[in-house]
Design a protein around this ligand. Structure first.
Ligand code: NAD
Length: 491
């Protein structure tokens, strides 16, 4: 395979183990068409409009494909196809719907390498993560909700709970296929049909998923995929024949959708931003905590809504912990997402890189101290070094605003009460982490923290059986687990 010079992993620093490059083959992604239309009524169709968008490989800036900017008319067609399919799909016995979901789950497993490589190319995330985290979780979601399809009577929502109808689903770019699975699997299991709009920088795995729906023999119109930017998203969420809106994305857009839907009878779930506290007490096992901090903020380049972006460290262990953390950060490999040694891949877009750069500059301007390990970055593409800010106060923008990148803000505390106050001092409330050896302290803290998910002595662990969702400006409604069924049932 001809190696792409622009995406070569950086040369290892002195003192680091040197790894030979271990490139995954881009060819494993299968054929990427030069242009895509939508998937409506079980067919790949052209848009009614002529506007096309481009998706690029963020590690090389090369254009991967063009895809359609969905028009109001395209959304209309997709919603009509979903409405038409709803009658038969919702009337199927749950055990029959389950068969399709099991089939989709198995095909995802069979095609997982292809999907993992395609996701890494379109999103920039390291193959180690798409291969070992995203894809196994995507399949697990379909398996899990397939299991619920014939047991809805026993889910705690009364006998014979009814689906809502057509679900309009809008997802972000940070976990494209996983967010699709979080949306589509429970919707289909409960008997709804869907129109899903992927994010404009990462449409490729959703379009490949459309092929999988065909391969699984899913009845036409049960899943429809319409691509485009926020305009297409707004056309979908405001469509009068959509019964349920599920949105994952930023808080400002979530707020706009909530306003738009106020007074309508549409059911709405919102999974929005976060600014999670990862709290380390002086009795925590330092080495494990350091791994948890690294996983908390550098996993997926920090493009994680529940990222542990605020490290709250007990003052007495600050120096020891930060020394260990800096040493560990020095071993992180930034570079080619398709190299199996890579820890931190490419930032998803030029716009996101600009936002991370701007907020980091604000951190310095406001007086926080910036540190990043030396590391060579590839020439082309969008990259950002893993970065640490110390001397951060609660008033700093980098302590309040979601950076959505590999940037950690460090604050200190002296007592558990102070830790809780600082952790909850945010408009968000999606997740939190606690590192301590005392079980009683974990339980006390978990009760005080205003966060939908609280991890203890671990971070960023996901499981389809476990509900996920926010408090406050992180949104409402739960995805995952038995609770995730409720969002798609008329209860
Ligand atoms: P975004 O809100 O800009 O876009 C998300 C999606 O909404 C995209 O598909 C976009 O095209 C669409 N959209 C934009 N404007 C719209 C409108 N007016 N009406 C309808 N749809 C519209 O967010 P983003 O930058 O793509 O994603 C990053 C954000 O997502 C972060 O804030 C992150 O925390 C959040 N997120 C939350 C979760 C969660 O589960 N809580 C998970 C992943 C990401």
């Amino acid at each position: 395979m001809a190696k792409n010079k622009q995406t070569e992993a950086p040369t290892p620093k002195a003192g680091l183990f040197s790894y030979a490059p271990a490139p995954e083959s881009p060819a494993a992604a299968g054929e990427i068409a030069t242009s895509y239309g939508h998937f409506i009524g079980g067919e790949f169709v052209d848009s009614s409009g002529s506007e096309a968008l481009k998706t690029v490989n963020p590690a090389t800036e090369q254009v991967l494909a063009e895809f359609a900017q969905g028009t109001d008319e395209d959304v209309e067609r997709a919603v009509a196809a979903a409405r038409k399919a709803f009658t038969d799909w919702s009337a199927l016995p749950g055990s029959e719907r389950a068969k399709y979901l099991f089939r989709i789950a198995r095909i995802i497993q069979e095609r997982s390498r292809e999907l993992a490589v395609l996701e890494s190319i379109d999103n920039g995330k390291p193959i180690r993560e798409t291969r070992d985290v995203d894809l196994p979780l995507v399949a697990a979601h379909f398996f899990y909700y397939a299991g619920w399809a014939d047991k809805l009577d026993f889910a705690g929502y009364g006998a014979n709970p009814r689906p809502l109808g057509v679900a309009g689903q809008v997802i972000p770019w940070n976990f494209p296929l996983l967010m699709l699975a979080w949306k589509i699997a429970p919707a289909l299991a409960t008997g709804n049909t869907v129109v899903l709009k992927p994010a404009e920088t990462t449409p490729l795995t959703a379009l490949r998923f459309a092929e999988i729906c065909r391969q699984a023999g899913l009845p036409k119109g049960v899943v429809n995929i319409v691509t485009g930017d926020g305009r297409t998203g707004a056309a979908l969420t405001s469509h009068p024949d959509v019964n349920k809106v599920a949105f994952t994305g930023s808080t400002p857009v979530g707020r706009a959708i909530a306003k738009q839907l106020a007074g309508s009878r549409k059911k709405l779930s919102l999974e929005l931003g976060g600014k999670a506290a990862n709290i380390v007490f002086d009795d925590a096992p330092i080495d494990q905590a350091v791994e948890g901090i690294v996983n908390g903020i550098f996993f997926n380049q920090g493009h994680v809504c529940c990222a542990g972006s605020r490290l709250l460290v007990q003052e007495s262990i600050q120096d020891e912990l930060l020394d260990a953390l800096k040493r560990r950060m020095g071993t992180l490999r930034v570079g080619d997402p398709l190299d199996k040694n890579t820890d931190i891949g490419a930032i998803n877009s030029a716009a996101q890189l600009a936002r991370i750069t701007e907020l980091s500059a604000a951190g310095e301007a406001e007086g926080a101290e910036r540190w990043a390990p030396e590391c060579e970055l590839p020439g082309a593409g969008y990259w950002f070094r893993p970065t640490l800010f110390t001397g951060v106060s609660q008033a700093h923008r980098i302590a309040r605003e979601e950076i959505f990148g590999p940037v950690l803000s460090v604050l200190t505390f002296r007592t558990p009460t102070e830790a809780v106050e600082k952790a909850n001092n945010t408009p968000y409330g999606l997740s939190a982490g606690i590192w301590t050896e005392k079980g009683s302290r974990i339980l006390w803290m978990a009760n005080q923290l205003k966060a939908g998910v609280v991890w203890a002595n671990t971070f960023n662990k996901f499981d389809p059986t476990s509900p996920f969702g926010g408090y406050k400006e992180s949104g409402y409604g739960r995805e995952g687990g038995r609770h995730g069924l409720e969002a798609y049932l008329d209860v």
